[in-house]
Design a protein around this ligand. Structure first.
Ligand SMILES: Cc1cc2nc3c(=O)[nH]c(=O)nc-3n(C[C@H](O)[C@H](O)[C@H](O)COP(=O)(O)OP(=O)(O)OC[C@H]3O[C@@H](n4cnc5c(N)ncnc54)[C@H](O)[C@@H]3O)c2cc1C
Length: 400
């Protein structure tokens, strides 16, 4: 590569800072522009970062930074709404099988770790920079415009601005919109009810009216979520208008016929319970145009049921940096990147949607049948996920 290149990175969530860190490794300067006025360290509940995602951070030698806040899940135990165990998955041998173990971590903590590392490595992060416009100047320069009236110029731009990406809307005004999946995810943090022991595994309960998942950290803090059927897409601020108390009562009602400890967890959760309508992205015809490329949720958001969205965003960052390192032209790098990634990520998006639909069964005959076949499907699913989890970015390798 002869000419120095500068990347404008839109969004400092998960993909953004990691994209900038990989670009720095291949000698490309990057600056990050984030819409929020400061780091959104309280935003969202928690994530399970899968071994393939942790392996990407390993390639940057920053996986150890998750140790202070994160912990490992030992597996998953599945139950029905009567408390009967349906299946069990072990994950304590992930290190041997995949090279890394999963990490459960609060979203805000993950954001903070990644952002601070970018700042520590002298990557400029500009807050309060909401992208509102993009202007392409042939195949040499791109200008980003922000809501505050400021502008930035670079040789190319990477949209890491999440599922409702403004970058995507600007370069592909006719692109398909995120699809609402008919479900609201909610959750929070509580203390483990007294007398309840835990195996260190994620507890997944197909409740009578809603799905519930929780895991206890070794210090006794419980990370939990519930998937609530909400057929009509909530209007902007509709969920925020529901008070914490009212939402708590709804959840208690939803889980009233499920094992009692779920109610204890909900009741003992202090303050607000986060609520997020669940979307995923239909396949986009392409992820790039001219000097602009989309990665992470901006290109291919999956619903949370896969536990892979963050890992896909991290893999994207590593692969795109390799493509930029190995291609003379930015447009060729973008095309190669899309080619290497699209099939893998879109398969995961489709699978996650099927998993989500399976959580919403309530008809008694369907529930009986689900309980019967679930052990088999969980085993099959675990086998199929080997391919997803064992993926490793060969960071030193030349991309063919
Ligand atoms: C409830 C829920 C639970 C989930 N659980 C998991 C899980 O367990 N495991 C997992 O792997 N994934 C999970 N996911 C998915 C995961 O959160 C996403 O896949 C991941 O955050 C994608 O990273 P990203 O960087 O592409 O986007 P984001 O993390 O959404 O980051 C986008 C950033 O861009 C900024 N931005 C937006 N618009 C603009 C603009 N106009 N200008 C500048 N900046 C802008 C945003 O403020 C944000 O900081 C979950 C998602 C949800 C909703």
């Amino acid at each position: 590569m002869t000419t120095p290149r500068k990347a404008l990175i839109i969004g400092c969530g998960i993909a953004g800072p990691v994209m900038a860190l990989f670009l720095q490794q291949v000698g490309i300067e990057a600056e990050i522009y984030e819409a929020q006025p400061t780091g959104m360290d309280e935003a969202g509940a928690f994530l399970n970062l899968a071994p393939n995602g942790v392996n990407v951070l390993k390639a940057l030698e920053i996986d150890h930074l998750l140790e202070a806040d994160g912990f490992h899940s030992e597996g998953m135990d599945f139950f029905n709404g009567d408390g009967k165990q349906l299946a069990q998955l072990e994950s304590s041998d992930e290190e041997q099988r995949f090279g890394s173990r999963n990490v459960m971590i609060k979203r805000g903590q993950l954001h903070q770790v990644l952002r601070n590392e970018a700042i520590r490595r002298n990557i400029p992060v500009h807050f309060g920079k909401k992208l509102t416009g993009i202007q392409l100047h042939g195949f040499q320069h791109v200008t980003a415009r922000f809501e505050d009236g400021s502008e930035a110029e670079g040789n190319f731009l990477i949209g890491c601005d999440g599922i409702h990406s403004r970058t995507r809307q600007l370069i592909f005004p006719n692109a398909p919109q995120p699809t609402y999946t008919g479900m609201v995810d909610c959750g929070g943090f509580a203390q483990l009810p007294s007398g309840l022991s835990t195996s260190g595994a994620m507890q997944m309960i197909f409740g009578k009216k809603a799905f519930f998942g929780y895991i206890a950290k070794p210090d006794g803090e419980v990370y939990w979520f519930s998937n609530v059927a909400w057929p009509k897409e909530p209007k902007r601020n509709e969920l925020n208008a529901i008070s914490a108390d009212e939402w708590r009562q709804r959840l208690l009602h939803n889980h009233s016929s499920d094992p009692a400890h779920l109610l204890e967890i909900i009741e003992s959760t202090p303050g607000e319970i986060g609520k997020w309508p669940v979307y995923d992205m239909p396949s986009l015809p392409t992820w790039h145009k001219g000097l602009v490329c989309l990665i992470g949720d901006a290109a291919h958001a999956t619903s949370p049921h896969s536990g892979q969205g963050a890992s896909m965003a991290l893999e994207d960052a590593a692969v795109l940096a390799q493509c930029l390192r190995d291609s003379l032209k930015v447009e060729h790098a973008f095309a190669k990147f899309e080619n290497l990634r699209k099939e893998r990520v879109e398969k995961i998006v489709r699978q996650a949607r099927r998993t989500g639909n399976g959580k919403m069964v309530s008809n008694p005959v369907a529930v009986w049948f689900r309980d019967l076949v679930l052990p088999f499907f969980i085993k099959q699913g675990a086998k199929a996920s080997e391919e997803v989890l064992s993926y490793k970015v060969e960071w030193e390798r030349e991309v063919a």
